[in-house]
Design a binder for this molecule. Structure first.
Ligand SMILES: Nc1ncnc2c1ncn2[C@@H]1O[C@H](COP(=O)(O)OP(=O)(O)OP(=O)(O)O)[C@@H](O)[C@H]1O
Ligand SMILES: [Mg+2]
Length: 327
């Protein structure tokens, strides 16, 4: 029997609906259940062939267990190594390199020293920073937001340097990025599950349960474009499940947030139609993984998608042994 385990936190509707959907598919040799975890020995092999991880970003103990599960071939969705390595600044830089439009973004030192450090620990830092130059690149208005964030925590829209510094002063030791604000005509949240994408018109400023109804629909061309860009990003990042948000300005889709490896899937907020799609497609995707069985994941996918650095010296083609013998 191949077992799919669901690891989750406060969610109410999605985990039981998913277990029910998988088990009612009646696929021979595959079953789903909630993960049960206590103390784990380093040589323990978990009974789960697939684990859907919805919560290890909040429970570091789970993250550690999941990394060891990967060593034993468990298919963990999403890959805990990449999730641990990822951050929004890297994401924007990578997106730009693979041809996905993103707003101009900068990163800079935190307002306060990280815990247990002093100015002595900061001896490599250029201080004071040349803020004018940085602001010129980004422009105003701009969004100040954590490089690892979610749920709109510490997201500030700032219109000038004064507002920036007033907000920055409140950010403590959280690493922040500053990003050009995209004044958008339309906004979409694309739900990615494996190679399936649902393009959803999204009103980000509304309360959760009203966000998934925006007063426009994508044209077929727009839908195809957002689907392709979403898959390109998630393939590069190595996420099996993610949401990719786009703000459309002058017809160009700018990727705004694509670090959502455990995206909201509650029935109440995503609404019935989306909920059913998410449950059904996640169920089918996890069953596919279960049928493939345990595997060690390949290395990070983005390395294959990048061209060599521009300033690298091209390596000379190696001479074949036969040619050198002739000489
Ligand atoms: N560069 C930008 N241009 C326009 N709007 C932006 C920009 N950055 C962020 N926003 C707005 O702020 C919201 C929150 O930003 P972001 O998605 O990066 O943070 P989050 O905490 O990850 O949010 P979520 O919980 O929705 O994933 C976005 O949904 C969008 O409405
Ligand atoms: Mg987010």
């Amino acid at each position: 029997m191949r077992i799919i385990g669901i690891l989750f936190g406060m969610e109410q509707s999605f985990p039981p609906a998913l277990v029910e959907a998988i088990n009612s598919m009646g696929v021979e040799g595959v079953s789903a259940e909630f993960v049960k975890i206590g103390g784990v020995r380093m040589d323990d092999v978990l009974r789960y062939d697939v684990i859907l991880d919805r919560i290890s970003h909040d429970i570091p103990f789970y993250r550690s267990v999941l990394k060891v599960a990967v060593l034993n071939g468990t298919r963990v969705v999403n890959n805990p190594f990449w999730w641990s390595a990822d951050d929004k600044f890297l994401g924007y830089a990578l997106a730009a390199k693979i041809g996905v439009p993103v707003p101009r973004t900068i990163i800079f030192p935190t307002k306060q020293h990280p815990p247990r450090t002093t100015s002595e620990s900061m001896r490599n830092l250029i201080y004071p920073l040349n803020w004018d130059e940085l602001f010129q690149y980004v422009g105003f208005p701009a969004y100040l937001k954590p490089h690892l964030g979610g749920g709109w925590r510490q997201v500030y829209k700032v219109h000038d340097p004064q507002e920036f510094f007033a907000a920055y002063d409140q950010t403590g030791d959280t690493v922040m990025v500053l990003q050009e604000a995209v004044d958008y005509e339309e906004y979409y949240r694309c739900y990615v599950i494996g190679n399936r994408v649902r393009v959803i018109p999204y009103a980000p400023h509304h309360p959760y349960h009203l966000r998934y109804t925006a007063p426009y629909q994508p044209t077929p061309e727009r839908e195809a474009q957002l689907r392709e860009l979403s898959l390109r990003l998630c393939t590069a990042l190595g996420y099996d499940i993610n949401t990719v948000e786009f703000a459309i300005r002058n017809g160009i889709p700018y990727a705004i947030d694509f670090l959502n490896p455990a995206p909201d899937a509650e029935r109440y907020s995503v609404q019935e139609g989306n909920f059913n799609w998410i449950v059904q497609n996640t169920a089918e995707f996890l069953v596919e993984l279960a049928l493939q069985g345990r595997q060690i994941p390949p290395t990070y996918r983005w390395s294959a998608l990048l061209s060599p650095p521009a300033d690298s010296t091209p390596t000379k083609p190696e001479k074949s042994p036969r040619r050198s013998r002739r000489r």
